[in-house]
Design a protein around this ligand. Structure first.
Ligand code: ZN
Length: 268
């Protein structure tokens, strides 16, 4: 495999919606290839962390928000602001002419854009932003120049849903370079049966609402066999006991099980 055929998975924030926690930030993951950068949720400080890790924010091709809770959108405004800022201070262009931002509530997207509208230079950008909703199915499909990426949304029951109204909470299935990556967002365990693909190179599953053991048992019961299983979006039990969590994931899952931390990068 050539290095350009790899996907880097950067954990920019590994924490659930806790109060401020030293060394941890709210949830955000960036997927990086030679040709693009794709954001899964945008918790506080995600662009700050990414920039300091050496990621090129101007490679951004799409931003995908699983649901509109603060621990998933708190850094969205700053992410968009930082992208524009880099085009100004580095006199470089964003790789895309149009930046799609997928947000389950249009009002939340509009609110972020309104906030930005009164920042410096009225937030005029040499590219356009496009707020897009999130619904079940393929949200985004890049061509060959984007490694054939597809991002598919599949609803989950993290947020209450009433018959006949839009779903507001999603998990994402990402396929590119012959690989499949799953990102749970926040989810109910029962959702994993229909949301998680049977064959998967990397599963990222939240532990903010679950125990490691419960998730492992669930995945086994549903016959899911990911090559790598990465726990994200930790609650205080894992945050307060990271060494225990590392041992627990090995006990419950064995090889391929991992606990994420901020600024961690793995390759798929
Ligand atoms: Zn959350």
């Amino acid at each position: 495999m050539k290095p350009e055929d790899k996907i880097k998975v950067h954990i920019l924030g590994s924490c659930s919606g806790t109060e401020p926690y030293e060394g941890r930030h709210h949830t955000s993951v960036a997927l990086e290839t030679e040709k693009g950068l794709y954001w899964l949720d945008a918790g506080e400080c995600c662009s700050y962390t990414a920039y300091l890790m050496g990621l090129d924010l101007l490679k951004t091709k799409g931003i995908f928000i699983s649901h509109c809770h603060m621990d998933h959108v708190g850094g969205l405004g700053k992410l968009l602001w930082d992208i524009r800022k880099l085009t100004v201070v580095e006199s470089r262009k964003l790789l895309a002419d149009n930046l799609p931002v997928y947000v389950p509530y249009e009002e939340s997207y509009q609110a972020v854009m309104q906030l930005l509208a009164h920042t410096e230079d009225d937030f005029k950008c040499p590219y356009t932003h496009e707020g897009r909703g999130v619904q079940d199915g393929i949200l985004y499909a890049g061509g060959d120049d984007e490694d054939g990426i597809t991002v598919e949304a599949v609803h989950n029951h993290h947020l209450k849903h009433e018959e006949g109204t839009p779903w507001r909470s999603f998990s994402f299935r990402i396929r590119m370079l012959g690989k499949t990556i799953f990102y749970s967002g926040d989810t109910e365990r029962e959702d994993l049966e229909h949301t998680v693909p049977d064959d998967c190179d990397l599963l990222m599953i939240e532990t903010g609402h679950h125990q490691i053991e419960q998730i492992c048992n669930c995945l086994k019961a549903y016959g899911k066999k990911p090559k790598q299983l990465l726990f994200i979006h930790h609650g205080v039990k894992i945050l307060n006991n990271p060494n225990w969590a590392e041992e627990e994931v090995k006990r419950q899952w064995g090889t391929g099980g991992m606990i994420s931390h901020d600024r961690m990068t793995l390759t798929v």
